[in-house]
Design a protein around this ligand. Structure first.
Ligand code: NI
Length: 206
């Protein structure tokens, strides 16, 4: 590196460090504050109308009074969804051992972002593998889009080069949301959050 590029890079490095520190500070604050709301003013969660894995039409209003633990994904997902749903189920099992009443207040929910393949029957077979109370939700493409938009979930169909006809993957964000009994966002867990970490935070919910 020459002297000249060093002097140019100095301020950029300094600014980057300041940004990193700010991000780390607010990130940590949210992580350790169970009552922290979403950053900024964009609400997470809200209205949806979907069909559950018992073929019953459900809306967000049906879950008022319970906490919802919500994950968006799809049953054909090779690893990300099974990992996340496994952690969710494990977290609820840990909580149920320590505080069964608190665990019963939380409804685990899996929303499919692949309604073309994730029919009611497919979800009914898939969801209980991760937790006996995990409720699979699907719907029309538009209904799923509406739900995903409400939760700021990104998803997109990906057809790989060597895919057979009709074969595809879904790219999707991997975040577990916790919504309060009032329907408002409480917190979220990033991809790969350990089950005991989630269980501890769920135990603290008022
Ligand atoms: Ni997935």
């Amino acid at each position: 590196m020459t002297q000249k590029t060093q002097t140019k890079l100095g301020p950029i490095v300094a600014i980057s460090l300041v940004i990193l520190a700010v991000v780390a500070f607010f990130g940590a604050r949210e992580m350790f504050n169970p009552t922290a709301k979403t950053s900024g003013t964009i609400p997470i969660g809200g209205a949806f109308t979907l069909t559950d894995h018992n073929a019953k039409t459900v809306t967000d209003k049906d879950f008022l009074g319970s906490y919802m633990m919500v994950y968006f994904g799809y049953t054909y997902c090779p690893d990300v969804c099974p990992t996340s749903l496994g952690l969710m189920g494990h977290a609820l099992d840990i909580l149920a051992k320590e505080d069964p009443k608190q665990a019963a207040r939380i409804q685990p929910i899996f929303v499919s972002v692949d309604p073309e393949r994730d029919t009611v029957a497919v979800l009914k077979e898939y969801a209980p593998n991760f937790h006996p109370r995990l409720l699979g939700l699907t719907g029309t493409v538009d209904q799923v889009k509406e739900a995903a938009n409400a939760y700021r979930v990104y998803f997109a169909k990906v057809v790989e080069k060597d895919a057979k006809p009709g074969e595809y993957l879904m790219d999707h964000s991997s975040i577990t949301y916790v919504i309060g009994p009032d329907g408002k966002f409480v917190t979220h867990f990033g991809h790969g959050t350990a089950a005991d970490v989630m269980a501890k935070k769920l135990a603290e919910l008022p």
